[in-house]
Write a protein that binds this ligand. Structure first.
Ligand code: HEM
Length: 152
């Protein structure tokens, strides 16, 4: 009988579902992106670009959600970080309150490093890079920059 297991085809090869599952990113691949977004989030908030801060926070959440799927043993940790520390940061973003943002952010950094320790990665201690990212405008866009229909 012919093998009817589904395969995905690329121009290079055929991949089984198992192979596709195997190459989904684990935390080792997701965390550098979490780190980048979490860094940008801080400097966006500091410059008052709350929209960009929220956008980065959503990105971090999505990455953690993917991690919880591909690494289910870590799901409890990832979900409680998201619901606890990240929600506190999100609340400060919504309130546009820099003082409580700074506090919640600092606690989130400590929380993340406590999870690194708890998951057997005491060697990983994240710290906020001292410089803001250079590739994004961090200040909020002024209303005058928004294009209108007349092209003016
Ligand atoms: C915003 C919060 C977090 C940041 C900024 C962050 C940052 C990082 C960074 C930079 C790495 C090293 C990545 C590399 O270059 O290989 C890492 C690894 C790791 N993180 Fe996080 N992390 C965060 C939250 C968490 C949470 C909540 C957990 C809970 C499970 C976690 C678990 C891990 C694990 C297990 C690794 C090792 C991954 C591996 O190589 O298998 N992290 N993290």
């Amino acid at each position: 009988m012919a093998d009817e297991r589904p395969v995905a085809r690329t121009k290079h090869c055929e991949l089984s579902l198992d192979q596709l599952a195997e190459i989904q990113p684990g935390l080792g691949r997701l965390m550098p992106e979490v780190s980048e977004r979490f860094w940008i989030l801080y400097y966006a908030a500091k410059e008052g670009n709350w929209g960009l801060a929220q956008y980065q926070l959503n990105g971090v959440r999505n990455l953690l959600r993917i991690g919880a799927i591909t690494r289910p043993k870590m799901a409890n940790y990832l979900n409680s970080f998201s619901q606890g520390h990240l929600s506190a940061v999100e609340k400060a973003i919504a309130a546009r309150d820099l003082a409580s943002f700074e506090q919640a952010y600092q606690k989130a950094v400590e929380g993340a490093n406590a999870y690194h320790n708890a998951t057997g990665h005491a060697e990983i201690e994240w710290k906020l890079p001292p410089d803001p990212p250079q590739h994004l405008e961090l200040r909020p866009r002024q209303a005058k920059d928004t294009p209108n229909d007349s092209g003016q």
